[in-house]
Design a protein around this ligand. Structure first.
Ligand SMILES: CC(C)(COP(=O)(O)OP(=O)(O)OC[C@H]1O[C@@H](n2cnc3c(N)ncnc32)[C@H](O)[C@@H]1OP(=O)(O)O)[C@@H](O)C(=O)NCCC(=O)NCCS
Length: 176
């Protein structure tokens, strides 16, 4: 059973590997190992056994109240098992712990974020993101247009808790 947890430094190369394959397809922005390692506290991963990272997502903060759910990636052999949803819920918990009230996400896949109770919106609502896109475009990164989704966490919101199966002792404990 997969475990969902905050990422640690040792996960960075595998996060890079996951993200790089989708960045090459234009599905997400490319990242470097240094970028990921320096922001490892912003990542959530799902792991299979102690070492293999099979899904990841990142929280990218724009202001004290606004952040993007980015770099949502699941290993192709593990699609459709709820792992994408689990890492996004992990990011939502992290966002709430940091008092972030609004999340947005960009995706070519409509149903994924809609299934997580995000609402379709327009990227023009987020000039901070548009400004970053302009900077990236100027530096030669190709930006694929995506649809924008938004979720307000609100003061009373709390993410469903994640259950981790401890593989060795067979005990269940809550993580996140
Ligand atoms: C998109 C992605 C993260 C989904 O991960 P996943 O673990 O397969 O997703 P889940 O199992 O949690 O699926 C949750 C819901 O999302 C929807 N969904 C997932 N993948 C989808 C796809 N490719 N197309 C349409 N809907 C999709 C489904 O409605 C699913 O609900 P269901 O269980 O009723 O079918 C994964 O396919 C991926 O890594 N894709 C490439 C990277 C990418 O595009 N990331 C951009 C940000 S989304």
């Amino acid at each position: 059973m997969a475990a969902v947890r905050r990422a640690v430094r040792a996960d960075a190369p595998q996060i890079l590997e996951l993200v790089a394959q989708y960045a090459a397809q234009g599905l997400m922005l490319p990242r470097t190992l240094d970028h990921i390692a320096a922001r490892i506290d912003n990542y959530v991963v799902a792991t299979d056994g102690p070492a293999r990272v099979i899904a990841c997502a990142a929280l990218e903060e724009y202001s004290p109240s606004l952040a993007e759910v980015s770099s949502v990636a699941v290993a192709p052999d593990r699609y459709g098992q709820g792992l994408g949803s689990q890492v996004v819920l992990g990011i939502e918990r992290l966002a709430r712990a940091r008092d972030i009230e609004e999340l947005f996400a960009l995706s070519l896949t409509d149903n994924f974020f809609l299934s997580l109770s995000y609402k379709a919106t327009t990227i023009s609502r987020y000039p901070e993101k548009l400004a970053r896109y302009e900077t990236l475009t100027r530096s030669g990164v190709e930006i694929v247009p995506k649809r924008c989704f938004q979720k307000v966490l609100g003061k009373s919101w709390s993410a469903p808790r994640l259950v981790e199966q401890a593989a060795t002792v067979g005990q269940k404990r809550m993580v996140g």
